[in-house]
Design a protein around this ligand. Structure first.
Ligand SMILES: [Zn+2]
Length: 155
């Protein structure tokens, strides 16, 4: 049975927030319709400028790092069942294997995508996933995405 959520339930404030990543606002929520496919993460805006952002969670930097999507990946210390990815980074300040705290700056927001891919402008796309069958076929195979605003960052 699903747990009933009520106002004042701590879980409602346990996820990633604007304050935790140190950016300006949420520009697109998880699950928003993207041409028939739910958005896989939460977009955080930085007022159109490249801006440093924080991990928002304690963990370890894992692969992949960089690449066509400007990716930083972190395995949280308190929950090894999920991986967190920060996409579109214009610069990366950490290396694979680095231990990070919630206040560690990982890099700067950007608009890095593979050639030919559309992007709305500079922002951070933050996604949290488990290696399991996805809830939606359009998410591909092997990764099921969770709402970053409700996933418990563990502090
Ligand atoms: Zn996004």
């Amino acid at each position: 049975m699903k747990k009933q959520m009520t106002l004042g339930d701590n879980k409602l404030n346990r996820g990633f927030t604007v304050a935790k990543v140190g950016l300006d606002k949420i520009t697109a929520p998880f699950g928003e319709d993207r041409e028939g496919c739910p958005h896989k993460g939460t977009d955080f805006g930085s007022s159109g400028k490249e801006k440093p952002f924080k991990a928002g969670v304690k963990g370890k930097v894992v692969e992949p790092l960089g690449g066509d999507w400007g990716t930083i990946a972190v395995k949280p210390a308190h929950d090894s069942t999920v991986t967190i990815q920060y996409l579109h980074c214009s610069s990366i300040s950490v290396k694979v294997g680095a231990e990070v705290t919630k206040d560690t700056v990982l890099g700067k927001t950007g608009k890095k995508v593979p050639a030919g891919t559309d992007i709305s402008g500079i922002h951070l796309h933050l996604q949290v996933f488990k290696n399991e069958a996805p809830d939606y076929a359009c998410w591909g195979t092997g990764r099921n995405f969770i709402d970053p605003e409700t996933w418990d960052t563990g502090d």
